[in-house]
Ligand binder design. Structure first.
Ligand code: NAD
Length: 358
C-alpha cells in the first residue's frame, strides 16, 4: 500500500490532478497496486482557508507519504499579498522541508506532435529526447539577499553560493541518469565568469572519476540556450544550477509542443519525491475543462518509476499517452492540424485510461 499525498493547488490544478489520480486508480486495478490518497491544501487555497500558503498539516502529511502529487499554485487573486505569504512560497517550502535537492525534467517531442513543435523538422528530425537535472535547494534563490541604501542610492544583492556536497549529489544523479540513457552528461555553467561555476566544474570532474563510461562535457549557459534551439539532439542529460536550470528548462519545455505536456520529479536522499507538471495554474483556462492533463499524467508515471519502483505500471502510462497522440486526440493547446480530434481534459484522460494495460 502506497501513501500518496495529493495537493490540487489553484486554477487548473484540481482539473488535471483529479485525472492523474483517476489514472492511478486504473493502474491500481490493472497492476494490483494499492494506493491510499490523502488530500492536503497549499498555495492560494491554503491562504484563503488558513492564512498561510503551506500549513503544517500539509508538511507533516507530505513527509509521512511515499510520494507527493501536486497541481500548481498561484493566480491573480493572490498577486498583491506580501511576498512571504505568496502561494509560490508553498513550492519553495515543500522542496526545503522534504529535502528535495534535484529536479528532473524530461524534454521529449513525440513524432506525432511535430507540427506543435516551434522549430523546423530539419533540426528535430521528428523527435527530441533529453533530460534536464536542475539543482533545487541551493544557489542564488536561497543565498543571502538584501536591499540597502548607500549615500542616498538604492542597492540590492542576491548571493550565489554552492558547496561541493550540493554539487556532487546533483552530478551523481546526472551520471546515474545518463547511464540508463545515452551515456552523455553536459554541465551547463558560466565558468568563464563565476567562481561557483568553477567549483561546479572541479566537482563534476571529481565525481566523473566513478563514471568513466559516461562522456562529460561543459557548455556556457549563454551558448546552451542557443544549442537547445539549434541542436537539441546534441543533448542527453544536462546538469545545471538552480537559476540556470529554472531558465533553460522552461525554454526547452516549449520544444515538446506545449507546456501542458511536460512532467517533472523533485527528488532528495530518500525515495520520497514530489511530482508535478511544470506549468503554472493557468488561470486563463481554469474551470473550462480544456487544460491538457498529459503533464500531470506523465508526472504520475515518473512517480511510479522514481519513488515507487513500479516500472511496468510507469511504462504502461507512457505507452497509453503515445497511443492517444497517435490516434490524433488533441487538447486545444496541441491541436494544430485539420485532422486533429479536439478533446476536453476529461476526454483526453479517459482515452489514456482506456489504453492502460498490463
Ligand atoms: P502558466 O504555466 O500557468 O500558463 C502559461 C500559458 O500556458 C497560459 O496560456 C496557459 O493557459 C497555458 N497552459 C499552462 N498549463 C496548461 C495546460 N495544462 N494545458 C493547456 N495550456 C496550459 O504560467 P503563468 O500564466 O505565468 O502563471 C500563472 C500562475 O501560476 C501564476 O500565479 C504563477 O506564479 C503560477 N505558477 C505556478 C507554478 C507552480 O505551481 N509550480 C509554476 C509556474 C507558475
Amino acid at each position: 500500500m502506497y501513501n500518496i499525498a495529493v495537493i490540487y493547488g489553484d486554477g487548473i490544478g484540481s482539473e488535471i490532478i483529479k485525472e492523474a489520480v483517476n489514472v492511478l486508480e486504473k493502474v491500481s486495478v490493472t497492476f494490483d497496486i494499492k494506493f491510499n490518497f490523502n488530500y492536503f491544501i497549499a498555495g492560494g487555497e491554503a491562504i484563503d482557508k488558513v492564512g498561510v500558503p503551506l500549513p503544517d498539516d500539509t508538511i507533516i502529511g507530505c513527509k509521512n507519504s511515499d510520494a507527493v502529487l501536486l497541481g500548481s499554485v498561484g493566480g491573480p487573486a493572490w498577486d498583491n499579498v506580501p511576498s512571504a505569504k505568496r502561494p509560490e512560497r508553498a513550492i519553495l517550502g515543500l522542496r526545503k522541508e522534504l529535502g528535495l535537492f534535484s529536479n528532473i525534467r524530461p524534454i521529449k517531442l513525440f513524432n506525432e506532435l511535430e507540427s506543435a513543435c516551434p522549430i523546423k523538422t530539419r533540426i528535430t528530425n521528428g523527435a527530441i529526447d533529453f533530460v534536464i537535472i536542475r539543482e533545487l535547494t541551493g544557489g542564488i534563490y536561497f543565498g543571502k539577499k538584501e536591499r540597502l541604501q548607500k549615500d542616498g542610492i538604492a542597492y540590492a544583492y542576491d548571493i550565489e553560493e554552492y558547496n561541493e556536497i550540493e554539487i556532487a549529489r546533483a552530478m551523481e544523479l546526472g551520471f546515474a541518469t545518463a547511464r540508463l540513457r545515452n551515456k552523455h552528461v553536459t554541465l551547463v555553467d558560466k565558468a568563464n565568469v563565476l567562481e561557483t561555476s568553477k567549483l561546479w566544474r572541479e566537482v563534476a570532474n571529481k565525481v566523473h572519476e566513478d563514471y568513466k563510461d559516461i562522456e562529460l562535457d561543459f557548455l556556457y549557459v549563454d551558448n546552451a540556450t542557443m544549442q537547445i534551439i539549434l541542436n537539441p539532439n546534441s543533448f542527453d542529460v544536462i546538469v545545471t544550477s538552480n537559476i540556470f536550470g529554472d531558465i533553460i528548462s522552461d525554454e526547452a519545455s516549449v520544444l515538446c509542443g506545449s507546456i501542458g505536456l511536460a512532467p517533472s520529479a523533485s527528488l532528495g536522499e530518500t525515495s520520497l519525491g514530489l511530482y508535478e507538471p511544470i506549468h503554472g495554474s493557468a488561470p486563463d483556462i481554469a474551470g473550462k475543462n480544456i487544460a491538457n492533463p498529459i503533464g500531470s499524467i506523465l508526472s504520475v508515471a515518473m512517480m511510479l518509476e522514481y519513488s515507487l519502483k513500479e516500472y511496468d505500471a510507469a511504462k504502461s502510462i507512457e505507452i497509453a499517452v503515445k497511443n492517444v497522440i497517435k490516434d490524433g486526440l488533441r487538447t486545444k493547446d496541441i491541436a494544430k492540424d485539420s485532422t486533429d480530434h479536439l478533446v476536453s481534459t476529461t476526454e483526453m484522460a479517459n482515452a489514456i485510461i482506456n489504453y492502460i494495460k498490463k
